[in-house]
Design a protein around this ligand. Structure first.
Ligand SMILES: Nc1ncnc2c1ncn2[C@@H]1O[C@H](COP(=O)(O)OP(=O)(O)OP(=O)(O)O)[C@@H](O)[C@H]1O
Ligand SMILES: [Mg+2]
Length: 239
């Protein structure tokens, strides 16, 4: 049984079908990539999994039980944590305080251990808003880990990072998967990163799932290449 299962999920915003009949499963322990051109529906799918939005139809289950009647804060308690495409931290709070916000009864790891694991020891007492962007992204990751998740959803963790930072992030994601016994669903435009760390890759385009498979296979799939080549197109199609 998949740890996370998304079945025939559809979400509309007015005339826009942001997610259309999408099904995917993420197995326990996997790092799964979720890719697709801008506006493909990746963040919307994260918002559906975390309960910020509810699907118009379809089912989302975690550990075999539906998430659709669970409010967002309880979805976190059930073991699903995320980071955001646009970093969402409390800028005037310190790094340590931001990480402590992520903790609740389920989180067993002391914040100090998390800060160490993510190389944030030295900045623990700094105000988050004064830190470089790449460091803020690691703070957000630490906060997500502080809730003791089984499933971690990362929405473009490499966005805005330099080349070296992206390489380090890939290594970090693999390392935390093992050390925190995590399953990861990774949204990323940075192909080298996704293809380097993912066990399996799912591809969305215009809200629909167009491909799924091992990274090397997905990378040479003509349908996927075409979706990316054609992605210089103006706006998301309306239904
Ligand atoms: N709250 C909303 N209200 C209206 N339309 C929305 C809303 N959220 C998303 N959309 C639309 O749904 C579609 C999918 O958007 P989404 O943000 O999920 O794409 P994405 O794959 O995350 O793109 P990106 O790679 O640019 O982050 C887009 O057409 C977007 O404009
Ligand atoms: Mg997005």
């Amino acid at each position: 049984m998949a740890l996370l299962s998304v079945e025939h999920v559809t979400k509309r915003f007015g005339g826009v079908v942001a997610v259309e009949d999408v099904s995917l499963g993420v197995e326990s322990g996997q790092i799964a990539g979720l890719i697709g051109p801008n506006g493909a529906g990746k963040t919307t799918l994260f918002n559906l999994i975390t309960g910020l939005y509810r699907p118009d139809s379809g089912e989302i289950a975690f550990e075999g039980e539906t998430l659709l009647r669970t409010p967002p804060h309880r979805i976190v308690r059930r073991g699903v944590a995320r980071t955001f495409q646009n970093v969402e931290l409390f800028p005037t709070m310190t790094v340590l305080e931001n990480v402590l916000v992520g903790r609740h009864s389920r989180g067993e790891r002391p914040a100090s251990e998390l800060l160490g694991e993510l190389g944030l020891d030295a900045v623990a007492q700094r105000r988050t808003g004064s830190l470089p962007f790449g460091t803020m992204k690691r703070v957000e990751l630490a906060r997500a880990l502080a809730s003791g998740p089984r499933l971690l959803l990362l929405d473009e963790p490499a966005g805005g990072l330099g080349h070296e930072e992206v390489d380090e992030l890939g290594a970090l994601i693999s390392r935390i998967r093992s050390s925190f016994d995590l399953t990861v669903l990774l949204v990323e435009h940075h192909m080298n990163l996704v293809m380097g760390v993912a066990d399996r890759v799912h591809v969305l385009d215009f809200g629909r799932k167009i491909a799924e498979g091992p990274p090397a296979e997905v990378q040479r799939n003509p349908v996927v290449i075409e979706a990316y080549l054609g992605s210089e197109r103006p706006q998301h199609a309306t239904a």
